[in-house]
Design a protein around this ligand. Structure first.
Ligand SMILES: Cc1cc2nc3c(=O)[nH]c(=O)nc-3n(C[C@H](O)[C@H](O)[C@H](O)COP(=O)(O)O)c2cc1C
Length: 326
């Protein structure tokens, strides 16, 4: 399949693996790139820029295909050394950067000078237009369904994608709620040039996380995520568990008086315990509603091949049949 995104990124299939904290390590990124998509290492999961440089090198040992790095700008307690992170990315010969969280204007000139394509992930048309105006090459449009931070507008992709298509000149991919060939064809129909997936890629053989995490996604339905931290304007869609229920109870009790300190136990530093040790009640971890569409743990290659085959069948058999052109 050839789209503006496959052409821009030099990849075979229009499928991107979004940055994921404590999931987007070299193993997963390389597996996605080797299967013809774009694999992305999560920059901030690496403790130092030197660690990120090592992770990039490790990934490049596992694939000679293009890889990306996610650089997230989020309100976190200790601001990371972004200039050094950008240097590690440029020196590592990375071809694509996925920015997210905040406007990447400060780092953009350095990335552009190095010939790196920048995809800005955002949750609204106005943020995508801003990304376009400052020179980002593409946008990743993260709908309300998404795992992680859906923003505060609550617009699902059925509306957000066609709205983006109406307004944007740069190419964009859908993100949030994407899982299979149906998702890909629907995304293309709504004007996207491909799709970005997070949660679906966690439930794969190569995702370097504890089996409990993969199984939790397979066991979950579309009803099993919750939104937390809304009153802090840092809304996150997470898998429900006992820690999340505690957190929601505190939110209900404290209302607008809630501060980050009140919920620190449920949200700060919990990822290693969940993703590495499989302690599924250790805290809140991002997960999309798309869990309801995930019923197996294939290899990344099997998943991507299946998506492309299904998309092809939908377009050439089902849809062509409907319009009578088969
Ligand atoms: C466990 C997990 C961790 C994530 N961590 C990040 C992150 O660090 N930075 C980021 O930009 N997006 C992060 N995301 C969001 C994904 O990159 C992607 O945008 C999102 O998962 C898409 O929605 P989906 O899960 O419905 O596919 C995370 C998502 C998950 C599920």
């Amino acid at each position: 399949m050839k789209t503006k995104i496959t052409e821009m990124l030099g990849i075979e299939h229009p499928i991107i693996q979004g940055g994921m904290h404590y999931v987007g390590f070299a193993e997963l990124a390389a597996a996605v790139s080797n299967a013809g998509g774009l694999g992305i290492i999560t920059g901030l999961t690496q403790k130092t820029p030197a660690d990120l440089a090592n992770e990039i090198a490790r990934c490049k040992d596992m694939t000679d295909k293009p890889i990306g790095v996610n650089v997230t700008f989020l309100p976190i307690v200790n601001t990371p050394d972004y200039p050094a992170i950008i240097k590690a990315i440029i020196k590592g010969g990375v071809k694509v950067v996925e920015t997210a969280g905040n406007n990447p204007s400060k780092v953009l000139p350095y990335l552009k000078d190095a010939g790196i394509k920048v995809i800005h992930k955002c949750t609204s048309v106005r943020h995508a237009l801003k990304a376009q105006s400052i020179g980002c090459d593409a946008a990743s449009i993260d709908g309300f369904e998404c795992g992680g931070h859906p923003g505060e507008d609550d617009i699902p992709n059925m509306i957000l994608l066609p709205r983006a298509a109406d307004e944007l000149e740069i190419p964009f991919v859908s993100s949030g709620g994407q899982a299979d060939g149906r998702s890909l064809v629907a995304s293309l129909a709504m004007g996207a040039e491909g799709m970005n997936m997070g949660t679906r890629f966690i439930a794969t053989k190569e995702a370097p996380v504890h089996e409990n995490v993969k199984q939790a996604i397979v066991n979950a339905s579309e009803l099993d995520t919750r939104l937390v931290m809304r009153s802090l304007r840092n809304t996150e869609r997470v898998m429900n568990n006992t820690a999340v229920e505690n957190l929601l109870e505190k939110e209900k009790e404290l209302g607008d008086k809630l501060t980050f300190e009140d919920i620190i136990e449920e949200v700060a530093g919990v990822y290693p315990r969940i993703m590495m040790e499989g302690d599924m009640d250790a805290g809140a971890w991002s997960c999309g509603m798309v869990a309801g569409l995930i019923n197996d743990i294939p290899t990344v290659q099997e998943l991507i091949d299946r998506i492309m085959l299904e998309a092809d069948e939908i377009i050439t058999d089902r849809l062509s049949g409907i319009v009578g052109r088969d």
